[in-house]
Write a protein that binds this ligand. Sequence first.
Ligand SMILES: Nc1ncnc2c1ncn2[C@@H]1O[C@H](COP(=O)(O)OP(=O)(O)OP(=O)(O)O)[C@@H](O)[C@H]1O
Ligand SMILES: [Mg+2]
Length: 244
Amino acid sequence: MLNVSDLDVSYGHVRVLKNVNIAVEKGEIVTIIGSNGSGKSTLLRTISGIIRPNSGKIKFGGDTIERVPAEKMVARGMSHVPEGRQLFGALSVLENLQLGAYIRLRSRKESKRQVAEDMQFVFSMFPVLKERENQPAGTLSGGEQQMLAIGRALMSKPKLLLLDEPSMGLAPIIIQKIFATLRELREKGLTLLLVEQDATVALSIADRGYVLQNGEVVMHDTGSNLLNNDEVKAIYFGHRKHAH
Ligand SMILES: Nc1ncnc2c1ncn2[C@@H]1O[C@H](COP(=O)(O)OP(=O)(O)OP(=O)(O)O)[C@@H](O)[C@H]1O
Ligand SMILES: [Mg+2]
């Protein structure tokens, strides 16, 4: 479904991604783990069209997309849950979810009824959002905000969901709940590419994983092999970033 080949990305003169190759097959959960500054967010932002690469190819469902801008990627079925959630804090839960469906409504002329059904689906995945539908997003707890960020992305009806550190700043019990929901979404047919600094939780739900170090893929294997890999354990386990 997604193929990234020989990807190179720089900020000014600083090369941040070096010859990166990754693939995601339909129905998989793939994770990219790596420490602070290894280039994880840059990779997701390049895939979703926010950043243009210096060189390399990105294919999504057979189309070459490395020059397609982000807003067009949403309409093509790719949705990005950014690092730090980036909700509209003054708008209600409901309004944030409606914004998630905006591009899709505009580009595919889908019915409001279809959108309402998808809203029900999001509420079934995250019942707390229904309870708080009229509350400003900025007043939700960290875990609820992450659920809303995922819910908003789901409202664009993606085929591929990109997630940038959904565990960030959250208590372990909330992380478990969110990751259980990600697995449920995969069972319902969604494909997920998940970037995480918390390698333990990410590898425990991933079919396959890549380890990114200083902008280079240094290892890739199945989730369970990486979970049991001594080098991965020594370097990446027990790392957890706190909210900014
Ligand atoms: N807009 C930017 N301009 C210049 N340099 C940047 C920019 N964004 C990121 N960088 C640099 O690129 C490198 C990779 O950053 P990136 O945010 O992709 O890492 P990351 O793996 O997501 O880190 P973290 O785990 O802290 O989120 C870092 O050295 C960072 O300082
Ligand atoms: Mg990041």
